[in-house]
Design a protein around this ligand. Structure first.
Ligand code: ADP
Length: 398
C-alpha cells in the first residue's frame, strides 16, 4: 500500500478493506482534540484529513493528511469538504452559515449545524434549552448596553453576577464574575463591544460535574459515567471518576444529561457540564465535540471519547462506554513560566502523559496526565505527574 501523503493536498488514502471502506472523515481544526482523534484513528486505520489553520497546530504532526487554510473561507473549505465523506469539528468557533451551505449542498456535517449552534452561542443555548424546560441559571440577554436591565437584574439576583460573551469564549475567557453593581456595568460595557452577552446569577456551587455522551446517525446513544470536574480561574484543571454524589443527585444529573443530549441531538460526542447546587442540578453549558471532561476515557474506559466520536460520525458501530477501573483521575498540564521535566513525570508509576505538542505559553493547556487504579490515591499521582511536567495550577484549587 502506498504511504499516505504528507503534503497539504488531499490525496488517495488507504482503505481498511476493499469490500467496505469506512468513510473518510474530515476534521475542521487542528487542535489537541483533532490530535487525539488522529491518535485513535491511526490504531484502526480510519482515513482522516485535518483542515488546520497553521502548520504548528497540535494535530498536524500526527495526521497523515492535512489541508492548510482558514476554516471559514469557502474557497478553502468547499473543495476540501467535498473530498471528505463526513466533516466533523475540533472546535465550534466556525462560521455556521458556511457549514449550513455545505450541508444544503449535500455534504454530511456531523454534528449538524443545528446542533453546533447550541455550542457556538451561549444566548441560543440558554434560550432554547431554557424554553425546553431544562433548568438553567436565572439569566437575561443583552444585545446592547442597557443600564435599566442590568440594574433590574442586579436587584433581583445580585450582588454577585456572572457575565458571559455569547460567542468565542472558552476556558473561562469571555466569562467575568462581578460582585458590585458598578463592576457589573463596567464588565457589561466591555463585553458588549464584542457582541451579545448573557448576564446570569452567580450560583453557590456544591460541585461541578459533567456527562459525555455519544450519539450515532441512527439516534443510538451511549452515556459515559458522570465525572467531577474541578476548575481554576474558569478553566478545567482536573477530572475525577467516580462521581461521589448521593444517589438521588446522581440520578437527577444523569436525567438532565439525557434530556439535554436528546434536545441538542448532536451526532458524535457531546459534553454536558452541570452545576450541583442547593436548588438541585442546573445546566452550565454544552459542547458538541469531544471535551476535556472526557480525556480520562482514553485510559479509563473501554472505548475512548475520541474513538467513539469518530465511530459515530463515520456511521460505524459505537463502542462500549464502561469504565475499566475503579478510580481514574486526569489533570491538565497548564503552561507556567517554564516547562517541567518529562523524565520526572515518566519516573512516576502509572502516570500516562499526553503532550499536545504545542509551544509553551503561560496559561495554555499543553497536555494532560491520567492515572488509573483501585483507590483514590490515583489523584495524588496524577497531580504529581502534572506538577512534574510544570503545570501552573495547584491541587489546592479544589
Ligand atoms: P467557558 O465557556 O469559558 O468554559 P463557563 O460558562 O463554563 O465558561 O464558565 C467557566 C466556569 O465559571 C464554570 O466552570 C464555573 O466554575 C464558573 N461559572 C460559570 N457560570 C457560573 C454561574 N452562573 N455561577 C457560578 N459559577 C459559574
Amino acid at each position: 500500500m502506498k504511504p499516505p501523503s504528507r503534503t497539504g493536498s488531499v490525496s488517495v488514502v488507504p482503505k481498511v478493506t476493499e469490500e467496505s471502506p469506512p468513510p473518510r472523515v474530515g476534521i475542521v481544526g487542528g487542535g489537541q482534540l483533532a490530535r487525539m482523534m488522529a491518535e485513535s484513528a491511526s490504531q484502526w486505520g480510519l482515513a482522516l484529513s485535518v483542515l488546520a489553520s497553521r502548520t504548528d497546530d497540535s494535530a498536524v504532526a500526527t495526521v497523515p493528511h492535512f489541508e492548510l487554510g482558514d476554516p471559514n473561507d469557502p474557497a478553502i473549505v468547499t473543495p476540501w469538504a467535498e473530498q471528505c465523506d463526513v466533516v466533523t469539528f475540533d472546535h465550534e468557533l466556525v462560521d455556521l452559515d458556511l457549514y449550513a451551505t455545505l450541508e444544503a449542498a449535500g455534504v454530511l456535517v456531523a454534528p449538524s449545524t443545528a446542533a453546533l449552534r447550541f455550542a457556538s452561542s451561549k444566548v441560543y443555548q440558554r434560550e432554547t434549552l431554557g424554553a425546553a424546560g431544562v433548568r438553567v441559571p436565572r439569566y437575561v440577554v443583552l444585545r446592547d448596553y442597557n443600564a435599566e436591565s442590568i440594574d433590574a437584574f442586579w436587584n433581583a439576583v445580585g450582588p454577585e453576577l456572572v457575565l458571559k460573551s455569547d460567542r468565542g469564549g472558552y476556558d473561562g475567557r469571555g466569562v467575568v464574575m462581578t460582585s458590585t453593581r458598578d463592576d457589573a456595568h463596567d464588565a457589561a460595557r466591555e463585553l458588549l463591544e464584542h457582541g451579545a452577552i448573557v448576564l446570569e446569577e452567580k450560583l453557590l456551587l456544591l460541585a461541578e460535574i459533567a456527562g459525555v455522551v455519544v450519539t450515532g446517525h441512527s439516534g443510538e446513544r451511549r452515556s459515559y459515567p458522570l465525572v467531577h470536574t474541578v476548575q481554576s480561574a474558569g478553566m478545567c484543571v482536573e477530572v475525577r471518576y467516580p462521581l461521589t454524589l448521593d444517589a438521588a443527585t446522581h440520578a437527577e444529573a444523569a436525567d438532565l444529561v439525557e434530556k439535554v443530549a436528546s434536545i441538542v441531538n448532536a451526532v458524535g460526542v457531546m459534553a454536558v457540564e452541570l452545576f450541583v447546587t442547593e436548588r438541585g442540578v442546573i445546566l452550565n453549558e454544552v459542547a458538541t465535540r469531544p471535551h476535556n471532561s472526557g480525556h480520562w476515557t482514553i485510559e479509563g474506559c473501554v472505548t475512548s471519547q475520541f474513538e467513539n466520536h469518530l465511530r459515530a460520525v463515520a456511521g460505524l458501530p459505537l463502542g462500549d462506554v464502561s469504565a475499566l477501573h475503579d478510580h481514574v483521575v486526569m489533570v491538565n498540564v497548564v503552561g507556567s513560566t517554564e516547562p517541567g521535566s518529562l523524565r520526572a513525570a515518566l519516573a512516576l508509576p502509572g502516570v500516562h502523559v499526553h503532550d499536545y505538542g504545542k509551544s509553551w505559553r503561560t496559561g495554555r493547556k499543553l497536555g494532560h496526565v491520567t492515572v488509573v487504579g483501585t483507590d483514590s490515591s490515583v489523584r495524588v499521582r496524577a497531580w504529581e505527574g502534572a506538577e512534574a511536567l510544570g503545570t501552573s495550577t495547584t491541587r489546592e484549587t479544589t
